[in-house]
Design a binder for this molecule. Sequence first.
Ligand SMILES: [Mg+2]
Length: 231
Amino acid sequence: MLLLFDIDGTLLLNGADAHAAAVVAALCEVWEVESPQRAHGVEAAGRTDQAIARDILELAGVPPEQFEARRDDFIVAAASHYERLVPDDLSDRLAPYAGEVLAQVSGQERYRCSLVTGNIQQVARLKLGAAGILYPFAEGQGGFGSDSDDRNELPPIARMRAGQRWNGGDAWPAERTVVIGDTPRDIACARADGALVVAVETGPFSADQLSEADVVLKDLRELEAALGSLS
Ligand SMILES: [Mg+2]
């Protein structure tokens, strides 16, 4: 079974301050906008870094076409600002049971651990490294906010990459894929791809708001039992 973990609100809680600062610094650098005061009003949960950045820029008066034109420069700049800003140790931001559950599932042949996150790939890897939980996630695997601005496109990208490594080159089957996330957007991206989905209540959304998931958990503690009930 391919496990596609979300990061913020799922594996890490309140671990995105330096990340938000890196995105804003990259916008200021690439488009030379003033430090965007209205960035705080832009919705972030479950969205990709590109989509968030485009909205912040639009509030600063930069039209979306100009974002598209320099998207790659933005991704490079945001990654390099995050490399400078990332705290040395984010292990105190681990979500409840995240460390234990990753240790559990990553040691089993029946599971393949990967990521589906709105974070830019390099940001995601630096963030997980600082939290001490990069080890289950092979380089080159996952679907990231640097791959697309649309979260719905990320699970198929992650399945394609998983298939290249673990399924003889064919995309990993959607019916043996589980998205694990904390927002309705995680649920929507799994549904759009025909994948299963486990939602956790450790982010900003309640069980009611996550009720479209196959399973809703208070936190990651019962993840393995939930996965067992799905397969
Ligand atoms: Mg999340």
